[in-house]
Design a binder for this molecule. Structure first.
Ligand SMILES: Cc1cc2nc3c(=O)[nH]c(=O)nc-3n(C[C@H](O)[C@H](O)[C@H](O)COP(=O)(O)OP(=O)(O)OC[C@H]3O[C@@H](n4cnc5c(N)ncnc54)[C@H](O)[C@@H]3O)c2cc1C
Length: 418
């Protein structure tokens, strides 16, 4: 993994013309790093207004926070809620039961906080908003980015950081698409001040397992980045097994319109929210069902897998969710995008040719992406298994079960707590 900043004149980054498609987490991180490495960068972002609320709570490794603070991509006082433990809990015959207290270390923050930190470091003059990229085309002079509004721009390298529906990926790897994972996620965010004071969960990082699927709930900074107790927010997400045949109905909003991947806050029909609250009262620990009751506008996101064999074709690269999507269980999406952006700049700064820089980057990043997608699938399968008899588990059985799931896999959140 890349460490502190490396200054080298050996590389090919100086003066390289780079177009970045997408100005969210991956796009901003790449633009900052590449510009500092001496590239001439332009970002094209489709949205005309400011980006917000792209993922509510997000957990990233402390090592990454420190790395990006050292490289001045994050403020040193960035808003983070440290998490050290998680409580596996279940509800059995109307009573809550703690199954396991497990070491689990992560820096909880929010999408807004990550984006704010990165965007403020991207000069406005290179961030072109309201610019949708329609197509990419190779020419003798480089890669041409065609904008929906009509103009073209030519670059030596194009980085597609345009998310999981990536235009770049559809062009490079037309056969690779999102594959439904078999469950949707109900999500919500509410102020900590609304929660009951009587939480039995130290630190509040709850993994509630149930026959319908598991739920996670953890504290993240408040709307303005507050991290003091009482001012934070509770981020929860309940993965609910949903047959593929029922997916379209699950993604149909209160006006009867069916969406492709998610239903935004405020668009879910009231009777479905009522049903969610009923299910929570039956299957979730009381603290969680109360939080779901208090959440004004729960929203829905379907869970998908995506992995492309390579993150590069010629001088076009895929970065962040454009390249692969690991299910959220691995807490890896933003993490992978950020490490990958730093690694790209390092490779361009230190490799003697563009070809060797891109080959090296692609090999390392696609290998890591494959690993994370497969880890997230394994975690999802185990946590969503409808046949798992949670009420029969005790602490020892939970530890054995977890060992069987995780094996020898390195996963940054886990600590040896046995
Ligand atoms: C429920 C959930 C929980 C998560 N939890 C975690 C976690 O704990 N830890 C973690 O590390 N990650 C987590 N993630 C993943 C993380 O949110 C994403 O991986 C990360 O934000 C991806 O950023 P991105 O920049 O690649 O894509 P996006 O944020 O999707 O950005 C793509 C950008 O490209 C723009 N765009 C798209 N098409 C075009 C076009 N044609 N022209 C111009 N612009 C375009 C879009 O407007 C958008 O701004 C989670 C994700 C989900 C869904």
């Amino acid at each position: 993994m890349p460490e502190g900043p490396v200054n080298s004149d050996r590389g090919v980054s100086k003066g390289l013309r780079v177009g970045v498609v997408g100005g969210s987490i991956a796009g901003c991180a790449a633009a900052i790093e590449l510009q500092r490495a001496g590239c001439e960068v332009t970002i094209f972002e489709r949205s005309a207004g400011s980006l917000k609320d792209r993922g509510a709570g997000i957990g990233i490794p402390f090592a990454l926070v420190e790395l990006l603070q050292a490289r001045d991509l994050f403020d040193v006082d960035m808003a983070i809620v440290p998490i050290k433990l998680r409580d596996f809990v279940t509800r059995v015959r109307g009573k809550d039961r703690l199954l396991l207290k497990q070491g689990f270390v992560i820096a909880a923050t929010s999408w807004d906080e990550l984006y704010r930190n990165l965007r403020q470091r991207v000069p406005d003059e290179i961030y072109r908003q309201g610019c949708e990229v329609k197509a990419l085309r190779g020419t003798a002079d480089g890669v041409v980015v065609e904008l929906a509004a009509g103009q073209d721009a030519t670059f030596d390298l194009v980085v597609c950081a345009d998310g999981y529906t990536s235009t770049g990926r559809r062009r490079l790897f037309p056969d690779q698409g999102l594959r439904y994972a078999g469950y949707i996620m109900w999500r919500g965010l509410l102020d900590e001040a609304q929660l009951s004071d009587n939480t039995p969960y130290e630190g509040i990082n709850i993994f509630a397992v149930s026959p319908l699927g598991h739920l996670i709930a953890y504290l993240v900074p408040g709307k303005k980045g507050e991290t003091q107790p009482g001012k934070r927010r509770l981020n929860w997400g309940w993965y609910v097994n949903t047959a593929h045949a029922d997916l379209a109905a699950s993604l149909t909003d209160r006006n009867g319109k069916t969406h492709a991947t998610s239903l935004p806050a405020g668009s879910v029909a009231e009777k479905r929210v009522d049903r969610l609250r009923e299910m929570a009262r039956e299957f979730m620990p009381r603290f969680v069902s109360e939080a779901i009751d208090l959440t004004e506008q729960p929203f829905i996101q379907a869970i998908f897998d995506l992995h492309t064999p390579n993150y590069r074709k010629g001088n076009v690269l895929l970065l962040g969710d454009a390249s692969s999507v690991a299910r959220p269980h691995a807490a890896a999406g933003a993490t992978k995008a950020l490490y990958s952006a730093v690694a790209l700049a390092q490779s361009l700064k230190t490799q003697p040719s563009l070809e060797s820089a891109l080959t090296l980057w692609n090999e390392e990043q696609s290998r890591e992406g494959r690993r994370l997608v497969s880890l997230s699938q394994r975690l999802g399968k185990a946590l969503q298994d409808p046949k798992q008899d949670w009420p029969s588990m005790d602490e020892q059985a939970m530890r054995l079960w977890w060992k069987g799931v995780i094996g020898d896999e390195e996963w940054y959140v886990m600590t040896d707590d046995e």
